[in-house]
Design a protein around this ligand. Structure first.
Ligand SMILES: NC(=O)c1ccc[n+]([C@@H]2O[C@H](COP(=O)([O-])OP(=O)(O)OC[C@H]3O[C@@H](n4cnc5c(N)ncnc54)[C@H](OP(=O)(O)O)[C@@H]3O)[C@@H](O)[C@H]2O)c1
Length: 384
């Protein structure tokens, strides 16, 4: 099966290596084109800087998008699907933004659009959801879906260090990008939650409708307060069925030490689904990086080679139903002072709210005109 690879950076380079060195020898998969930018040297005879070369070759059956960003990735993927090619992408931002449009084309052309590497990197998380759905109704999912922020939080917890110090260390180690905004503000997890909800519930929530709070304002004091009260702070993305529909959010969480997520350290990801007959099942592993992500991409290509005709599920666009969601929230930092009236008087040593509607908290936060406080949900357990 001939494959065109768009982009030869971290993920694309890993895909080329796996296919050329491992699977290529069997002749089962073959990379026939590699799209690069015109300004780069063509160091591989398969390289081209003209996407028309790829679309014009009738032997190309699969287009692997590994260039990242919204454009031209979106246009390239749309054109590949329109031309009847299967597409594999790990580009969560682009897929979450354009999912309904791309799915409609894939369904119309009866081709597959797969994106395992976009959520949880090397963890077969979306595949696990698909398997669960063959038997069960999925009620909810919840987990750590960003390795960069987990690395920062884990190191803050273990070493008592500050956020800024751990962020720059993550950047030095290549875990965090030069512009870490999408990671630390929860936007990367928001895209993954959107795509996980598509898979779990066959429902598409617009990414902008999913409230996303990150860890930009977390301090060593927050970590210490959590630790002293039996919690560990993690950035958690979740989605669940409500009485009316589907709800999703991204927010740091003070996770009870009895919760498995509290013990998921380093840059690992871990995500759980709750379903009818299996109950809670948890999937853990490398959520990013060259080889784990490339592995997931190649698994998707093999899935297409094995089942090219499998139709894509129908997905309904839905509202993010926050109406019935209630929680207890931990707030800190100077901007939190204006929210003191929300405090639970039984917890005097921090601003922990009474149980309250999420919508009310979001409304209050939206009225803070400058900086936001650190906001986290407190996991409610029966320990009180
Ligand atoms: N890295 C990970 O661990 C990981 C994990 C999961 C998902 N992903 C996703 O995978 C995608 C790729 O990430 P990455 O880390 O591999 O990024 P990357 O290392 O920056 O690689 C992207 C490559 O695409 C090239 N490119 C960009 N625009 C192009 C264009 N118009 N035409 C041809 N080539 C172009 C880039 O060339 P230049 O160098 O010249 O810009 C670069 O070589 C992203 O959507 C990312 O979110 C990454």
């Amino acid at each position: 099966m001939k494959i065109a690879l768009l982009g030869i950076g971290t993920v694309g380079g890993g895909v080329r290596q796996i296919i050329d060195q491992a699977l290529g020898m069997t002749g089962r998969l073959q990379i026939s084109h590699i799209l690069i930018r015109p300004e780069h040297d063509k160091t591989d005879p398969r390289m081209t800087d003209d996407y028309a070369d790829i679309l014009g070759d009738p032997e190309v059956e699969v287009v692997v998008e590994a260039i990242g960003g919204l454009e031209p990735a979106h246009t390239y993927v749309r054109q590949a699907l329109e031309s009847g090619r299967h597409v594999v992408s790990s580009n969560k931002k682009m897929l979450a933004a354009y999912y309904p449009e791309l799915l409609a084309i894939a369904r119309q052309k009866n081709v597959r659009l797969l994106y395992e590497g976009s959520c949880g990197g090397g963890i077969p998380w979306l595949a696990a959801l698909a398997r669960l759905k063959r038997i069960d109704h999925i009620q909810s999912f919840q987990g750590i879906l960003n390795g960069t922020t987990n690395y920062i939080l884990s190191n803050m917890t273990e070493k008592g260090r500050d956020f800024a110090e751990m962020l720059s260390q993550a950047q030095e180690l290549g875990y965090a990008e030069a512009d870490p905004t999408d990671d630390i503000d929860g936007l990367d997890v928001r895209s993954k939650v959107c795509l996980s909800a598509v898979q779990a519930f066959d429902a598409y929530l617009k990414p902008e409708s999913i409230p996303a709070y990150g860890i930009r304002h977390v301090t060593a004091q927050d970590i210490a307060w959590a630790g002293a009260h039996g919690y560990t702070i993690k950035l958690v993305g979740s989605g669940y069925r409500t009485e009316q529909g589907i709800c999703a959010q991204v927010m740091p969480m003070l996770v009870s030490d009895r919760n498995l997520l509290a013990h998921v350290g380093a840059n690992l990801n871990a995500v759980s689904a709750s379903s009818d007959t299996l109950g809670v099942s948890t999937y853990i592993g490398q959520g990013a990086g060259r080889n784990p992500t490339a592995h997931a991409v190649v698994q998707d290509i093999l899935e297409i080679a094995e089942q090219p005709q499998l139709p894509m599920n129908e997905v309904q666009t839905a509202e993010n139903d926050l109406s019935g969601v209630q929680g207890v929230y931990y707030l800190s930092g100077r901007p939190a002072e204006t929210l003191r009236d929300l405090q639970n008087p039984d917890i005097p040593d921090a601003l922990v709210t009474r149980k309250m509607p999420l919508a009310e908290l979001l409304e209050r936060l939206s009225k803070l005109d400058s900086q936001l406080p650190f906001v986290a949900q407190l996991e409610e357990t029966d320990k009180g």
